[in-house]
Design a protein around this ligand. Structure first.
Ligand code: PLP
Ligand code: ZN
Length: 414
């Protein structure tokens, strides 16, 4: 059963039916899904949610589908209490929301794509596709394979080879476009318009974005039905951060949680930081930039939901940080060394930003903080090549080993 009532323009409020539509014909504002929250009250309860399987579909009434068709193992990723990391950063209560182990393609995108793919199937789209910086294409290709949908994904032509392979293996048609993500997005917008294909993050965007709320729902549930004081999120196109806030507000409205909303902080790589620039300059809309960063999954110079990110950060009393590439790599190393979690540069960005926010006093030592780790390091392992020690080469005899060790006993740890 669906509680969806339709779509509504985020800017002027005009109402639309729940079709494959994403932009307001009056003011070109983005459309969002609306629900009958009154009918949900008393139906969506903590007990009911807790009785369901561990996937994002445990929050099914708050998602815009008739019935889930894919993503039965997506979401409900670990919320890890990270005491060793907290100690190094100088705070008492820090959690990692670990979407690096999301299913099936190891990034937060599995949440939004589970919803978008279900919607593409409901609408009977001839083709399911996306414009992507890598992770989204991986997830779209995998979900399309499971649903037997024809798949076309469009990426910039300079992505990490292992990320491209991580889409190719599922058998989609991949187009590596001679341009950056913003060029890819423009082309896909034209294709969606001309052919009516279902692009997860373009004409299915209103539905796709709803999947991101589940990360917020899970954090509240996994903390024992409470909010943290702070939350730190990466930003690229700007889907995730505002939807986490929307998820928190829905839980508040439904009486599933009480208390103050968290301060939501945005982090971007310095080489692609239109939102942070706008926050600092006091602008309402970001000015587009030309991205140049090792965090390729965050290399979006003209974020579709930049306005919404800015208003969400400001409304919750959050702040922003832009971090250089060397700090991103340091943070990847720090997370691996202290918590045994290997993230990609997007996660390194978020953690490096968290470190800056703590140093700057925006996050105080005794305030709880959740850091969103949204992608997996095994997809981009090459970025760490110069950062890690080579294996010690040794012969196969005991003497060879002891010669290499110089007679010193092996000591545990660092
Ligand atoms: C691993 C990872 N984290 C975060 C993001 C940023 O998400 P959003 O575009 O919702 O701001 C992306 C986007 O591609 C991503 O791949
Ligand atoms: Zn409008």
């Amino acid at each position: 059963m669906s509680f969806v009532t339709g779509l509504e323009c985020h800017l002027c409020g005009k109402q639309y039916p729940a079709e494959a539509n994403w932009v307001c014909s009056e003011c070109l504002g983005p459309l969002r899904v609306t629900y009958d929250y009154g009918a949900m009250r008393g139906v969506v309860t903590r007990e009911r949610i807790a009785s369901r399987p561990h996937s994002l579909w445990r929050y099914q009434e708050l998602l815009p589908v008739e019935a889930p068709r894919t993503g039965f193992h997506s979401g409900f990723t670990p919320l890890v209490r990270a005491d060793r990391l907290a100690h190094e950063l100088g705070v008492k209560e820090l959690y990692i929301k670990d979407d690096s182990v999301n299913h099936p393609t190891f990034s937060y995108k599995d949440r939004v794509v589970s919803v978008a793919a279900t919607k593409a199937a409901e609408f009977g789209c001839e083709v399911f596709g996306c414009a992507s910086t890598g992770n989204l294409a991986n997830s779209v290709a995998a979900h399309a394979a499971r649903l037997g949908l024809t798949c076309m994904v469009f990426i910039p032509d300079d992505l990490e080879p292992s990320k491209v392979l991580g889409s190719a293996v599922y058998g989609p048609k991949i187009f590596a476009v001679d341009g950056n993500y913003d060029d890819v997005n423009r082309l896909c917008t034209q294709l969606a318009d001309r052919y009516g294909w279902g692009f997860a993050n373009i004409n299915l965007r209103s539905y796709y974005a709803e999947g991101a709320k589940t990360m917020g729902f899970e954090i509240v549930e996994q903390l024992g039905w409470r909010f943290p004081v702070h939350l730190v999120s990466p930003v690229a196109g700007g889907t995730l951060l505002p939807r986490i806030l929307r998820g928190f507000e829905e839980f508040l409205d439904l009486g599933l949680v009480a208390g103050d909303l968290p301060h939501i902080h945005a982090v971007q790589p310095l080489g692609s930081s239109p939102v942070i620039n706008a926050l600092e300059a006091g602008l309402e809309f970001p000015e587009p930039v030309k991205p140049a960063t090792i965090a390729k999954s965050l290399a979006i110079g003209n974020p579709a939901d930049g306005f919404q990110v800015l208003s969400s950060v400001r409304r919750t009393g959050g702040s922003g940080a832009a971090v250089p590439d060397d700090e991103i790599l340091d943070a990847i190393e720090l997370l691996a060394r202290t918590e045994g979690i290997f993230t990609e540069p997007a996660g390194g960005t978020t953690l490096a930003g968290t470190r800056r926010l703590i140093e700057r006093g925006a996050i105080k030592p005794d305030e709880s903080v959740v850091v969103l780790i949204t992608g997996n390091g095994y997809k981009t392992a090459d970025v760490m090549r110069d950062r890690v020690a080579e294996p010690v080469r040794v012969g196969k005899g005991l003497r060879d080993f002891e010669a290499v060790m110089g007679g010193t006993p092996v000591t545990a740890g660092r």
